[in-house]
Write a protein that binds this ligand. Structure first.
Ligand SMILES: [Zn+2]
Length: 460
């Protein structure tokens, strides 16, 4: 090797290899910060419970308290985000908009950096206009629902603010655990589930992944203790249907995780579980058991090797105009308003009030799609509505199963969101539930493609 070649090699080393070697160090120089906060949101009044049309009276007590929790993140490069999770069945677009506007203006954040997620517990209160046509509320109950929504709005803004005010140096890690209690409710009869499970004959798509994000802060003695543990799972929170407030299985899971990791705040982000139920169900013991199974899935993921999350936070948000299949005529809606079916009449009255306000019905709905990329860690997709499991399976396949986390019930729970397969099959998730959400018809055929295309665009 001549001197020229040696010189060329060292130039090459300095010019190309050294930056590659140094890069991971400089990436680490930017340090994450995190903060958490929580506020109790259990109703103080015996008000109406959300999720089931069949309830005939208000709540009668509390099994476990309901919470709103916030996790604020700062990537050290000027990007901040706040995730707010709630033990609630749903929130509507108006409430979500007001909460986000207040957080944006108080803390100089943009819409993309705020994610509002509900657990979809069916043992929480009716919130604002979410699923309102499902309940025949009298004047007193309507007033309680409106008052609760106003108080919730204040609580959500303040809990986000508290989390942002407590930002401190942190380390992020993530991994994926597993739990198997979610069953495809469209493909298995509830009464057959125990037998089918024993025989290994459960049918239909499921997503048993349990993504986990662990935020650690340096404690005394250099040990980094979990400050926050965020976990997701694709399953309805419908174990319980009686008259006591509770976060259902996600509520029990959060309690158990917080017991196992003292000082940590556990936050649950629901996955694409619109067609998934925790089965069998209907006892407190089962709600506890599923909570326990989710918590132990989280523990197993933490006990195995988690992946450190380095790099910057990138966030995007948009609302796409999602078309309905068809709009009813004014004549049809007026006829429905006189129907003996109280759900048909309730929806019709809601549609008529929109018609009178806007001079027409909108042929589309502004559907929220949000993507957070956590550096080299997970890309978290937050979708509005009750999204069926086909979406998380497809998105993980298309965006990379090792780095994709799909959340649903985020920002606005306006309807079920079927895949094209489920839309064509029909049934409750395919279109039947639109009645209870006060929407004029099933979604159009292009729903899945439009949503997936927008996620792809944002995830680029
Ligand atoms: Zn649901």
């Amino acid at each position: 090797m001549g001197p020229f070649v040696r010189h060329a090699l060292s130039v090459w080393l300095v010019a190309f290899l050294l930056p590659v070697l140094i890069a991971p160090l400089s990436a680490r120089a930017a340090e994450w910060k995190a903060g958490v906060a929580r506020v109790k949101i259990t109703p103080r009044q015996p008000m109406w419970m959300s999720g089931y049309a069949s309830r005939d009276r208000p709540a009668e007590g509390t099994l476990i308290d309901l919470w709103a929790k916030a996790l604020a993140l700062d990537d050290g490069e000027g990007h901040r985000a706040v995730l707010v999770t709630m033990d609630l069945c749903g929130i509507d677009r108006d409430l979500s908009g007001r909460v986000c506007e207040a957080i944006e203006s108080k803390h100089h954040l943009d819409r993309a950096s705020i994610a509002l997620c509900v657990s979809h517990t069916h043992s929480g209160p009716v919130v604002g206009n979410n699923l309102r046509p499902m309940y025949g509320l009298d004047e007193r109950q309507s007033k309680l629902v409106d008052e609760y929504a106003a108080e919730l709005e204040t609580n959500l803004v303040s809990v986000a603010g508290e989390a942002l005010a407590s930002l401190a140096p942190a380390r992020l890690e993530w991994g994926v655990g597993r739990a198997t209690f979610a069953v495809n409710r469209r493909n298995n009869k509830e009464e057959d589930v125990t037998r089918l499970r024993e025989e290994g004959k459960l049918q239909g798509p499921v997503d048993h992944d349990l993504p986990v994000l662990v935020v650690r802060t340096p404690g005394r003695g250099g040990e980094a203790k979990p400050l926050a543990i965020v976990f997701g799972y694709a399953c309805h929170a419908t174990t319980l249907s009686f008259y006591q407030w509770s976060g259902d299985w996600p509520g029990f899971a959060q309690i158990e995780i917080e017991k196992a990791y003292p000082g940590a705040t556990a936050l649950f982000v629901a996955g694409c579980g619109a067609d998934q139920n925790p089965l069998p169900r209907r006892t407190v013991e089962l709600a506890r058991r599923y909570g326990s199974e989710a918590a132990s899935g989280v523990g197993t993921a933490i006990g195995a090797s988690l992946n450190p999350v380095a790099g910057a936070l990138r966030m995007s948000y948009s609302e796409i105009e999602l078309p309905f299949a068809e709009l009813p005529t004014r004549e049809q809606v007026e006829k429905d308003a006189a129907s003996k079916d109280r759900y048909v009449a309730g929806r019709a009255k809601l549609l008529l009030s929109q018609w009178d306000r806007d001079g027409k019905l909108s042929p589309t709905y502004p559907y929220p799609v949000q993507v957070w990329r956590l550096g080299a860690g997970p890309t978290i997709v937050f979708l509005g509505g009750e999204v069926v499991v086909d979406y998380s399976l497809r998105l993980k396949r298309e965006l990379g199963p090792e780095k994709t986390w799909v959340a649903s019930y985020s920002n606005d729970v306006m309807a079920y969101v079927p895949s094209l397969r489920v839309l064509k099959e029909g049934g409750y998730e395919g279109g039947g539930a639109m009645l209870y959400y006060g929407l004029p018809s099933p979604w159009g055929d292009e729903t899945e493609e439009r949503i997936v295309r927008e996620i792809g665009r944002q995830a680029q």
